[in-house]
Design a protein around this ligand. Structure first.
Ligand SMILES: C[S@@+](CC[C@H](N)C(=O)[O-])C[C@H]1O[C@@H](n2cnc3c(N)ncnc32)[C@H](O)[C@@H]1O
Ligand SMILES: CC(C)=CCC/C(C)=C/COP(=O)(O)OP(=O)(O)O
Ligand SMILES: [Mg+2]
Length: 294
C-alpha cells in the first residue's frame, strides 16, 4: 500500500514516514512547532500563507500616516503584498504551463505558492514538506478553496519523491533549498522533470566574492537550523544534474525594502538585522535561478 492510499486526516495521509536522517527529524519538529505571527497574521490578510520573504518597492501611499490607528494593519498587508509579489516572480519564470500539467512545489510550507500556481495555470500542484502540520494546513486550505482536486501537500522528503521519472512540467524550491545537499536535490528534480521542463529557485546564498560565509550568514543558519549554500554551489550542482540556467537574477536590491519595512513592524523576530547587514555588506544575496532540464 502506498502512502497516498492510506486513510487521510484533513486530506493528508495519516501515515507520516520516518525522517530519512536525524537532521530531517529536527527540521520536521521545527516546522511542526512554528506559529510566528509574522507568518500567520500576514497569511490571514487573504488566506495565502507564505514562508518566504518579499520583493518590490514599498507603496508608501498605501501605508499612509504612521500615526494612523490603522497603520500597523496596513503595514502587515503591505509586507504580505511583497511576499506574494515574490511568488508571482517565481511563477513568471516557469514558462508556459497548461492545465494538463503537474508542478512540484518542493518544500511547500503552508502551501501559499502552490495555491497561486494553480490559480494562475489551472494545473495540478504537488507540494512536499517534512512537516505534517504544514501539510495538513495546506490541504485544509485547498479544501476550503475547493481546489483540493488540484492542489495537494504530502509529508515527503524532497530528495526522494514518489513522482514518476519525466512526469513533471515544472518544479521549484521557494526558500527551501538551504535544508538539503544541492547535488541530491537537483538529481531528484532532474529525475522527475520532463526534458525541456523548467526548474526555478528563489534562495538566499552566500556570495563567493565575499570569501566565506559572514557572521551574519552564520547567524541566519543558526536561527533557522539551515545550511545556506554559496551561489557557486548552486550553479555547479545544476550543471552536474542537467539543469542549465536560463536566468540568474540578483533580487538583493528588490528585497531590501521589505526587510527595512519589516524591521519597523511589531512583528519583528530578531533576524532582521542579519538579513539587512549581510545584504548591505555583500556577503549574502537573494537570487532567482531558472533552469531548463536538458
Ligand atoms: C522556509 S520554508 C519555505 C516554504 C514555502 N516554499 C514557501 O515559500 O512558503 C522551508 C520548507 O522546506 C521544507 N523542507 C526542508 N527540508 C525538506 C526536505 N528534505 N523535504 C521536504 N521538505 C523540506 C520544510 O518542511 C518547509 O516547509
Ligand atoms: C532566505 C533564507 C536564508 C531563508 C531561510 C529559510 C526560511 C526560514 C525562510 C522564511 O521562512 P519564514 O517565513 O517562516 O521566516 P520568518 O518567520 O522570518 O518570516
Ligand atoms: Mg515569514
Amino acid at each position: 500500500m502506498t502512502n497516498t492510499e492510506l486513510p487521510t486526516v484533513n486530506g493528508t495521509s495519516a501515515f507520516v514516514p520516518a525522517p530519512a536522517t536525524p537532521y530531517q527529524g529536527d527540521i520536521a519538529r521545527y516546522w511542526n512547532a512554528e506559529a510566528r505571527p509574522v507568518n500567520l497574521r500576514l497569511g490571514d490578510v487573504d488566506g495565502l500563507y507564505h514562508h518566504h520573504y518579499g520583493i518590490g518597492a514599498v507603496d508608501h501611499a498605501a501605508l499612509g500616516d504612521v500615526e494612523d490607528s490603522e497603520y500597523e494593519k496596513k503595514l502587515i498587508s503591505e509586507l504580505h503584498r511583497l511576499e506574494s509579489a515574490q511568488a508571482e516572480v517565481l511563477l513568471d519564470h516557469l514558462g508556459p504551463i497548461s492545465p494538463e500539467d503537474t508542478l512540484v512545489d518542493a518544500g511547500c510550507g503552508r502551501g501559499g505558492s502552490s495555491v497561486m500556481a494553480h490559480q494562475r495555470f489551472g494545473c495540478k500542484v504537488e507540494g512536499v514538506t517534512l512537516s505534517s502540520t504544514q501539510a495538513e494546513f495546506g490541504n485544509r486550505r485547498a479544501k476550503e478553496l475547493e481546489i483540493d482536486s488540484h492542489v495537494r501537500a504530502q509529508v515527503c522528503n524532497m530528495l526522494d519523491t514518489p513522482f514518476e521519472k519525466g512526469s513533471i512540467a515544472g518544479s521549484w524550491n521557494n526558500e527551501s533549498s538551504m535544508y538539503v545537499d544541492l547535488d541530491d536535490l537537483f538529481a531528484e528534480h532532474s529525475r522527475f522533470l520532463k526534458v525541456g521542463g523548467r526548474y526555478v529557485t528563489i534562495t538566499g546564498c552566500w556570495n563567493p566574492k565575499y570569501g566565506q560565509p559572514s557572521k551574519w550568514v552564520s547567524q541566519i543558519n543558526a536561527h533557522f537550523e539551515c545550511n545556506i549554500h554559496s551561489r557557486r554551489e548552486y550553479l555547479k550542482a545544476m550543471a552536474d544534474n542537467r539543469l542549465v540556467p536560463q536566468a540568474v537574477i540578483d533580487l538583493t536590491p528588490d528585497t531590501l525594502p521589505y526587510w527595512e519595512l519589516r524591521a519597523t513592524s511589531s512583528l519583528v523576530t530578531g533576524i532582521e538585522e542579519a538579513f539587512i547587514e549581510s545584504y548591505k555588506d555583500g556577503s549574502f544575496q537573494y537570487v532567482l535561478i531558472a533552469a531548463d532540464r536538458v
